[in-house]
Write a protein that binds this ligand. Structure first.
Ligand SMILES: *Cc1c(COP(=O)(O)O)cnc(C)c1O
Length: 380
């Protein structure tokens, strides 16, 4: 079960070689798919053995070892979806306890907080992590939870600063690192306690599989997450683990191209007369401090930006497909006010800057000049 390891290796070497396993005798260069639900035991062997695949399985373990080293954590625990990973974290809390969460959150995480946990007696307050956020803390607060860059406004929060403020009050910090991926940002090295990923997005990278992960260093959290996965069963199948690991091997290459294309497109949009404002992490000083590059997500406000103008522009695009989700090789466009954030009351949306003219892009890894031409024609 031991996998190859060398902490001196660079990111892509680890992504490609860390999963080389000693358990397979065929010397296959990529790991086979162990499509089995159970394992025969050896009665006279005291070494750790595989038992039943809801608990441990070789493909999941290979993915976890790779992910842990790329996020600079001691362990990773993978789940059947990003939401299952978030839920597994929250189940360590008890009713009556309190979470301070970022305002700008993935819609599914907001729904989990509001429609699953709040009715059971958990308390959640939302804030922007500016100077005053610590006033939201009360004696029952356990977790601080945020995304950076955030969705859909791509606002960057200083992980190191907020982690210090949270730790001095005894709280654990959870960062949803889905938008940045482990290639662009490693929150554990900046003081976060847990990193959560929807591996569905950049980590798998090809819009063909759903999966989630939690990465950390603390043993108590690891025991909780592994116990819960086996006890409640939100498990990731061997083929899905294999697909995600295949995607992960090219994460560095993909993130470089996503970032290059997005940087060029953000510049083009920023200079266009029909664009009022562009949101991109790399234009924010904290983004430049804690990320390696700006990533593939851009949001911008069309001018003038009522719904029919937004629809007119989006109807002229050929390469950017109108769809939710993000992080795949293909470019996608979405309209937060009517799609991902339509459940947020209008007054609250407007206050937060999710105006009718706001357009969100997941910039793919096509040829960058073709993506700019697509927008040049759509905006003309
Ligand atoms: C997609 C997403 C999730 C949920 O992950 P699934 O794999 O779809 O369950 C959580 N957080 C963020 C930021 C996401 O983009």
């Amino acid at each position: 079960m031991t996998h190859t390891s060398d902490t001196e290796w660079g990111f892509s070497t680890q992504a490609i070689h860390k999963s080389r396993s000693s358990i397979d005798q065929s010397r296959s260069v990529t790991m086979p798919i162990y499509q089995t639900s159970t394992y025969a035991r050896s009665v006279d062997d005291n070494a750790p053995q595989y038992e039943y695949a809801r608990g441990d399985s070789p493909n999941r373990e290979a993915l976890e070892d790779t992910l842990a080293s790329l996020e600079r954590g001691r362990y990773a625990v993978v789940f059947g979806s990003g939401m299952a990973a978030c839920d597994a974290i929250l189940r360590r809390l008890s009713p009556g306890e309190h979470i301070v969460a970022g305002h700008d959150l993935y819609g599914g995480v907001y729904r989990l907080f509001e429609q699953v946990y709040r009715p059971q007696g958990y308390h959640i307050d939302y804030c922007d992590f500016d100077g005053k956020w610590t006033s939201a803390i009360d004696p029952l607060t356990r977790l601080v939870w945020f995304e950076t860059p955030s969705n859909p406004l791509l606002q960057v929060t200083d992980i190191e600063k907020v982690s210090q403020e949270a730790h001095s009050r005894g709280l654990s910090v959870v960062i949803d690192n889905t938008f940045a991926s482990p290639y662009l940002q490693n929150p554990l090295t900046l003081g976060a306690d847990l990193v959560v990923h929807s591996m569905t997005k950049y980590i798998a990278g090809h819009s063909d599989v759903i999966g989630g992960a939690v990465i950390g260093n603390d043993r108590g959290w690891q025991d909780h997450l592994r116990f819960l996965r086996n006890a409640a069963g939100p498990t990731l199948g061997p083929f899905d683990a294999w697909l995600i690991l295949r995607g992960l091997k090219t994460l560095a290459l993909r993130m470089e191209q996503h970032s290059q294309n997005a940087e060029d497109l953000a510049e083009f949009l920023g200079n266009h007369s029909r664009v009022q404002e562009v949101y991109y992490p790399w234009t924010q000083p904290v983004g430049r401090k804690q990320m390696r590059r700006g990533g593939g997500m851009i949001s911008f406000v069309l001018k003038p930006g009522n719904i029919s103008q937004v629809h007119g522009v989006m109807g002229k695009l050929h390469l950017f497909q109108l769809a939710e989700s993000l992080g795949g090789v293909e470019s996608l466009v979405s309209h937060p006010a009517t799609m991902t954030h339509s459940a947020v009351p209008e007054a609250q949306r407007m206050r937060r800057g999710i105006v009718p003219g706001l357009i969100r892009l997941s910039v793919g890894i096509e040829d960058g000049k073709d993506l700019i031409t697509d927008w040049d024609k759509a905006l003309s």
